[in-house]
Write a protein that binds this ligand. Sequence first.
Ligand SMILES: [Zn+2]
Length: 208
Amino acid sequence: MGGFSYILIFAVLIIGAIVWGLKRKKTISVSDFWQEKESEYSEKRILSSFARYLGGHARFETTTEGLLFLMSKSLWFENFEKGANIFGFAFPFEKVIFRIPLSRIGQTKTIPEKELISQGILHPSMNVRRVNRKPEYLSVSYIDEWGREKELFFDSMVDLSQWHQAIKTALDNYVPDVEEEKIGVCPKCGKKVSPDFKLCPYCGCRLS
Ligand SMILES: [Zn+2]
C-alpha cells in the first residue's frame, strides 16, 4: 500500500468519528425546559442566568456551572451535562440540581471577592474564571430540609442587584403554602419527591 492509501484510511476514520460524535449530541429545547419546570410546580419563571454554584448546599460540595433561576415559588440551580465532544468522548459528570422553596429563603447579600476567598469558599485561582463583571458574589441564606441555617454562594452573570430585587419582590408576593413546604426535588432526575422518601421513586437515587 502506498502513502496515499494510509491517508485515505486515516481520513475515513476521522470522518467516521466526527459523524458518530455528532449523532450522539442531544439537543434540548429551551422553551420545553421552562414549560416543564413551570407546569411541574405550577409556578412562573422570574429571572434566570448562567451562573457558577460555589457551595453551601449540604448535598453538593463541588463547584459547577449551570443555570440559576428564580421562579414564583422557589429558587433553583441546575447544571447540565455538556455531552460528548465531536469525537464521542465525555468527561465524568455529577448532576447538581436543587430547588429551595421561597418559604425557606431569608436574606440575600453581595459578598466581595476578597471576603469569599478569606472565608475559604472561593479558591484564589477561581477569580480568573469569574462570570460576573465585578469581583462580587451572590449569597442566599435559607433553612434547609433538616432545619439548619445554610448559605448558598453563586457567581452570576446577571448583575447582583437584579437578583436582590427579584428575590425580594418574589418573597413579598409569596403566599405561604403548606403543601409547598413539603416538596423536595430529586438530585439526580429533578422530579418532585417528598423529603420523607429515602429513595427517589422515579430513578432510585438515594435521597438521604
Ligand atoms: Zn430521581
